[in-house]
Ligand binder design. Sequence first.
Ligand code: ASP
Length: 311
Amino acid sequence: MRHLLTLRETSESDIRFLLDTATALKEILQRPVKKVPTLRGRAMVTCFYENSTRTRTSFEMAAKIMSAEAINIAVAQSSVAKGESLKDTVRTLQALQADCLVVRHPSSGAAHFIASQVRIPVVNAGDGRHEHPTQGLLDLFTIRQIKGELQGLEVAIVGDIAHSRVARSNIWGLTRMGARVRLVGPRTLLPADVDRLPVQVYTDLRSGLEGVDVVNVLRLQTERMEKGLLPSLREYSRLFGISVQSLRVARPDVLVLHPGPMNRGVEISDEVADGACGVRSAVEEQVTNGVAVRMAVLYLLMGGGGMSGQD
Ligand code: ASP
């Protein structure tokens, strides 16, 4: 049994294989008829205990493009609302003959717990502030596609690192592929274990962005944030908001990513988000690439081959 739970536990060769598979599958998205029979007769079930637009929809599209059934559990209307435990819910979905579970949960570690309870592949679609491996993969995919390679790139991850699962999956995935990672943000939004991460830390935006090839901008995760971590949104935006002006110290061809949803005017300006004023923004390409990457993950876990790690 194989899963995709974290990028920390995914080897360089598996990441490379996933990215190469996504590159091959992306071509299907450009066809007038986006349908191949690859996963016919398989059923993917998504079970999201937290809100989502991009991730859930792109998993559904990815499954349908490859002719798998895509069943979405509306958690708020399910027996979870009657108090059913996570273990009973996922075992029920397995008994209903799901071939793969895609799960998002507010608790860090939920995906590992689920994987320990079922025999079918589990994909972590975000567990608390821990990891979001398919987002990490689509960020790597997007950077590699635009920059040509990941090895040797200088990447700044800016903002609310402490509460971000995207940051963690990026840190592990990027460093494994040979990029150098800087974390840039106010001290209060850095994770407690930052000294043990393979990164350089900057608490000043200007020095953090100096000479970087890529800036990955994070959303302020107010839903996970205790009070008092920020003086005010205006202050945060002034000191750490990514604008055309703040990007001037980066490399001239700097690439800007954001996992979405964006708080425009807080962590990112409209111009940067929309790729205006000569800024290279990859925000919409990230979304499209998310479908290709999730196709690769479902293909490799549900029947089209396997990955070596993550038992
Ligand atoms: N969509 C990403 C996540 O679910 C990023 C975010 O919500 O800010 O982690």
